[in-house]
Design a protein around this ligand. Structure first.
Ligand code: HEM
Ligand SMILES: CC(C)=CCC/C(C)=C/CC/C(C)=C/COP(=O)(O)OP(=O)(O)O
Length: 307
């Protein structure tokens, strides 16, 4: 009797209808929120082309929708891998709360909406570059690189690094060196961001046979790579100040944030265990968020002559 009740409860939990929470999870909503913040900063740093806030908002929404669409495809393509890993085994597609067909229809709908929004509110160049980022993450990284090489996240990281450029181009309809520099910041930030997590979750990746760096080259080497990329990140973060793109407020903020980043990466490298890996991973998210907020505030300080 009791067993039947437990079985019923279990079936109900597995087959319950998808909720909004499931769809937000499919979109990797927190990741997309940070991506959109970096796009907003790219847009804010671009020369003012006199577009209305509404059109700018639509452009950011378009970028967010295409990034979400890519994240949904990642859930569909990876459902078998996700089922094998403790961190991902309860995802909506794995558990069947959202079927693959439903997820695909959802992904296609938000992709089309996002693309149309971008063409309407920004320009074709932004729409095409954002689509390029979608293909880079959803197909090149997820379908191929992730399973093929430990450099997967370095190469695939370019897609996730694109949003500041997308925000800038949505305003100017032109590529320029400054937004590429912002792309470089996220590009060099991605390896320590991800490898810190992968060090902590290496057994998961091993079980799922995904060739992440700590699985293929060991923890010690991965820690060294984290530290080297953190150093590179620190150097790249100084360049906006050196070329006169950002001012003192940004420089001081970047030095403090990168100082903490380097401290945590060094601590991880020097420790005999992996206990502080998640500390670095969590800080990497705060670091990128505050760094881009600092770029934004710095731009306001210069524009309005505040300090
Ligand atoms: C190839 C590039 C990247 C890889 C492989 C990667 C990987 C990951 C992974 C595996 C997680 C853990 C999610 C979880 O706990 O279930 C994560 C979390 C996160 N990532 Fe990344 N990431 C990448 C790029 C980015 C970029 C470009 C951003 C934003 C600009 C970003 C922002 C975040 C945020 C905000 C979280 C926390 C999400 C949460 O708490 O739910 N990531 N990332
Ligand atoms: C249009 C545009 C800007 C696209 C970028 C889209 C995007 C959401 C990039 C973030 C990269 C990311 C979260 C990778 C993790 O994938 P994973 O499969 O290694 O991680 P998982 O195991 O958590 O699924």
């Amino acid at each position: 009797m009791e067993n039947t009740l437990i079985q019923k409860k279990y079936r109900a939990s597995v087959t319950r209808a998808a909720s909004i929470k499931d769809y937000l999870e499919l979109c990797k909503i927190k990741v997309v929120a940070l991506l959109v913040l970096t796009a907003l900063v790219g847009l804010a740093l671009a020369p003012d082309m006199g577009r209305s806030f509404i059109l700018q908002g639509f452009s950011l929404l378009g970028i967010g929708l295409l990034a979400s669409s890519a994240a949904v495809i990642n859930h569909i393509v990876d459902h078998e891998i996700d089922a094998k890993m403790a961190r991902t085994k309860n995802r909506p597609v794995v558990k069947g709360r959202v079927s693959r067909t439903q997820a695909l229809v959802f992904s296609a709908s938000i992709a089309v909406t996002g693309f149309v929004l971008l063409v309407y509110s920004a320009n074709w160049l932004t729409a095409e570059l954002t689509l390029f980022a979608l293909v880079g993450y959803a197909f090149i990284y997820t379908l191929y690189l992730k399973r093929a090489t430990p450099q997967n996240i370095v190469i695939g990281g370019l897609a996730g690094a694109m949003p500041p450029l997308l925000g800038w181009v949505s305003e100017t309809n032109q590529l320029a060196a400054e937004p590429w520099l912002l792309v470089m910041i996220i590009f060099t930030w991605t390896p320590p961001h991800f490898w810190a997590l992968a060090i902590h979750r290496r057994e998961d990746y091993k079980k799922a046979k995904i060739p992440m760096l700590p699985v293929t080259h060991g923890v010690a080497f991965s820690k060294t790579c984290v530290l080297l990329y953190s150093l590179l990140l620190t150097l790249v973060c100084i360049v906006p100040y050196l070329i006169g793109m950002s001012g003192h407020f940004y420089l001081v903020s970047a030095m403090i944030l990168n100082g903490i980043f380097l401290y945590k990466a060094t601590k991880l490298k020097l420790s005999g265990n992996c206990d502080s890996a998640m500390d670095l991973f969590k800080f990497s998210i705060i670091h990128l968020m505050l760094l881009f907020i600092a770029l934004f505030i710095d731009k306001a300080i210069i524009a309005y002559n505040i300090l």
